[in-house]
Design a protein around this ligand. Structure first.
Ligand SMILES: [Zn+2]
Length: 461
């Protein structure tokens, strides 16, 4: 039999194993994994000296997202080109329910936006902004459409905030039908209060963004979220966790057996709040904000010991003009990230001996696949799974400057960050879509992937 593609003699990494071997691919699926593959193939990729990993699942992106009076600059095309060049083969993006619209209509609108543009496969989470009986009743059919996770905000008082009663009620309904709740954990009232005080004192610079939302503001919300999850029986996923304090809350809850999970992001693993003191400090504004060196170390420890379950990007691009505002409360929140997850985790994590390769695969592919119902189609290198694969050259040195990244943005917050170890080829359902920094896939080739309902039995993460 003639195979479509063979990846020969690489070091294959799965969530539980590292071994040398070859992978055979036919019709977009992995059909063979063995020490050697005898069959000929239309194309053979020599992976000698390279790491062969499952394609990343970036469980947290916001392409062309309407937010804070503007729209994020990466659309579903450019954002997924960047994703592909970073070894990401699936994104799970956030559909944002406009006020007054239903969540089912929002789902359709987001499919219409994304389908013609996406270059990698994608799933959707639903951000619920209006809490009412119509939307509550649409949770079940939406899960039927494959949108199994619902993101709710304890922060952004004027834009996205829901009160605790609404969060509890949505949790209660979602858990009945196999949903999982993603929570943005920061106390909106405290942020409003602190920000107003800082502004009244004329403190408008980027560094005050961090001061307006200190670590306890996150920890308090995480703790409250855990209680709401406990009361409602719902699984909960704390998105973009940034502090050691929050990490400890999550660990305590998980140790008690609650289905509580957490995610962190490459920027929290790379920078500290010192970044806000730079002349272009506004560019680093995201929420939660960058933290202390100690927090950063605790996040790495959380990954190393396995109780931070995922690393996702929270990719929300804004150009320098959008970021250039008169005070920190007006700066649209968000930074690039989808293209740097793998190089940051490899270079600053694996190569430094902080996390093993298997952990890298767990937090970037296997765990998000399990949490968002994409496993076993996605999330591993296994016979029968989609041939979503990334080849990483462990010796390739790259500076994460604008020249080497693919987002629609006019600066890189990672300009001064150099990594050793970089994705050199990305394969999506058997098709090579990125090679050596060049995107060679097609616009709109990505497919919507339905999430399966969350298993009430805790997944073995
Ligand atoms: Zn986000």
């Amino acid at each position: 039999m003639l195979l479509d593609l063979v990846i020969r003699d690489g070091r294959i990494v799965t969530e539980s194993n590292v071994f040398d071997g070859s992978i055979g691919i036919q019709n977009g699926k992995i059909t063979q994994i063995s020490a050697t593959i005898g069959e000929s193939a239309n194309r053979v990729v020599d992976a000698g000296g390279k790491l062969v990993l499952p394609g990343l699942i970036d469980g947290h992106t916001h392409m062309e997202m309407p937010f804070m009076g503007t729209v994020s600059s990466d659309d579903f095309y450019q954002g997924t080109v960047a994703a592909a060049c970073g070894g990401v083969t699936t994104i799970v993006d956030f559909a944002v329910q406009p006020r007054g619209e239903t969540i089912l209509n929002t789902y359709k609108t987001w499919r219409q936006k994304a389908d013609p543009k996406v270059c990698v496969d994608y799933g959707l989470h639903m951000i619920i902004r209006d809490f009412n009986t119509t939307n509550l009743a649409q949770i079940r059919p939406l899960i039927g459409e494959g949108v199994t996770s619902f993101k709710l905000f304890m922060a952004y008082k004027k834009e996205l905030y829901l009160d605790d009663g609404a969060i509890y009620s949505i949790m209660e309904e979602a858990v009945r039908h196999g949903g999982i709740i993603g929570l943005h954990c920061e106390n909106a009232d405290l942020i409003e209060c602190f920000a107003a005080k800082l502004l009244s004192e004329g403190k408008v610079k980027a560094e005050y963004h961090a001061k307006s939302r200190p670590p306890l503001v996150e920890a308090e919300s995480v703790q409250r979220g855990i209680r709401l999850a406990e009361m409602s029986g719902s699984p909960m996923y704390v998105v973009h966790m940034s502090t050691g304090l929050a990490r400890d809350e999550i660990k305590e809850a998980a140790d008690k057996g609650l289905p509580v999970y957490s995610e962190t992001c490459p920027h929290y693993l790379t920078f500290t709040e010192e970044a806000y003191r730079q002349p272009n400090g506004n560019r680093y504004i995201m929420s939660p904000p960058l933290r202390s060196d100690e927090d950063r170390a605790k996040l790495w420890q959380g990954l190393a010991s396995g109780f931070i379950k995922t690393v996702a990007s929270d990719h929300v691009c804004f150009n320098s003009k959008q970021k250039n505002q008169s005070d920190f409360t007006k700066v649209p929140n968000g930074v690039i990230g989808t293209e740097v997850i793998l190089p940051i985790l490899y270079s600053a994590g694996v190569a430094k001996g902080i996390i093993p390769l298997t952990r890298l695969v767990q937090v970037t592919s296997y765990n998000p696949a399990k949490l968002f119902g994409l496993y076993p189609r996605k999330g591993s290198i296994a016979v029968g799974s989609d041939a979503d694969i990334v080849l990483l050259d462990p010796h390739k040195k790259v500076r994460l400057s604008l020249d080497n990244l693919h987002s629609n943005i006019d600066y890189s917050i990672y300009e001064d960050v150099s990594v050793t170890g970089y994705p050199i080829m990305t394969i999506s359902r058997g098709e090579i879509i990125h090679e050596d920094g060049k995107f060679i896939g097609r616009r709109g080739r990505g497919e919507f992937v339905k999430g399966k309902p969350f298993q009430t039995k805790r997944p073995d993460l």
